[in-house]
Design a protein around this ligand. Structure first.
Ligand code: ZN
Length: 314
């Protein structure tokens, strides 16, 4: 064995230890001293910003207005997940590219949001058009869209607070206070949904993809989705015919579409049946049309208004 190589190795280790000591955090990433959070989709990006405040920098992997399900990562983004990020917020079995990056091993802490909330069977619709019933929390068919239930996001907020506190104990008071604030805001939105959807002419609503199962379950609505859980899989002609039949049977007034997916099918169904179209945003990406809500809370409120109008709520 060569002693000069040993010495070189020891010096490098000392240099890394020194670097770690200088940043004052467990992270060896060259940074601003702030905790680096990398979030796979916008709701978790927003949550980390609310809770981390000035003590964190948050990088979202999904571009504003982007489509979450078939997200592809650049080599730089993969490195941000594996090397740069102190905390990675993602959901397993949702975005294959993110699963793959996390699977390479991460320098920081990866928080799989899916493990925090019981994955519900949200796939039942009024025609009994069920997809596979998920049997465990890691079932690939389980519904990932839990952020559309604001009370589920409260559970995620608590976990983000705890992870940030473990990484940066000096920020504990800040993280606790900010989590209390965001929890109050989410709880207020939940109360608005409950009150706003309590007295309506109908409970059914037609969505572009099956993103609103958690929301429907919490507020007693019936989701009729043109596409399945994955927004990128186009519907069959048979499914479109089923949706048309159900829309007629349920007295649907509005066919919802979303901005990240082509509205062509939604528009065609609406045109054939003489119905309106409107946006119902699954809030997977940061909003680009800020007139319809500038952040998670704003878009949730815009969605509530769209549902109330469509369903004749008083
Ligand atoms: Zn989706």
């Amino acid at each position: 064995m060569n002693s000069s190589r040993l010495l070189g190795g020891a010096s490098a280790l000392a240099a890394i230890a020194l670097l770690g000591a200088c940043t004052g955090s467990p992270s060896a990433a060259p940074d601003t001293g702030k905790t680096q959070v990398v979030a796979a989709i916008y709701p978790y990006e927003w949550l980390a910003e609310q809770i981390g405040g000035d003590r964190v920098t948050v990088e979202g992997l999904l571009p504003p207005g982007g489509e979450a399900h078939d997200l592809e990562l650049t080599p730089q983004q993969v490195a941000d997940v594996t090397i740069k990020g102190d905390l990675i917020l993602y959901e397993s079995h949702f975005q294959a590219a993110v699963d793959s990056a996390v699977g390479q091993g991460v320098h920081g802490t990866a928080l799989d949001v899916r493990t925090l909330v019981q994955n519900l069977d949200t796939t039942e619709s009024p025609d009994g058009h069920d997809t596979e019933t998920p049997t465990d929390a890691h079932d690939a068919a389980a519904d990932p869209h839990l952020w559309l239930d604001p009370t589920a996001l409260v559970t995620v907020a608590d976990a983000v607070r705890d992870k940030l506190t473990a990484i940066d104990p000096a920020g504990a008071d800040t993280y606790r206070a900010n989590t209390d604030t965001v929890t109050a805001a989410l709880t207020a939105v939940d109360a608005e949904y409950k009150a706003g959807l309590a007295s309506c002419d109908r409970t059914g609503f037609v969505t572009s993809h099956e993103a609103f199962g958690y929301l429907a379950q919490r507020y007693g609505l019936q989701q009729i989705s043109i596409r399945g859980l994955d927004a990128t899989v186009e519907p069959t002609a048979a499914r479109i015919a089923e949706v048309q039949d159900m829309a007629k049977r349920e007295g649907i007034t509005t066919i919802f579409y979303e901005t990240a997916v082509s509205p062509a099918v939604s528009q065609a169904i609406a045109r054939d049946a003489g119905l309106r179209t409107d946006v119902l945003d699954p809030i997977e990406a940061r909003p680009t049309d800020t007139a319809r809500g500038a952040d998670y809370l704003g878009v949730m409120r815009a969605n509530l208004q769209s549902l109330r109008t469509a369903n004749g709520c008083r």
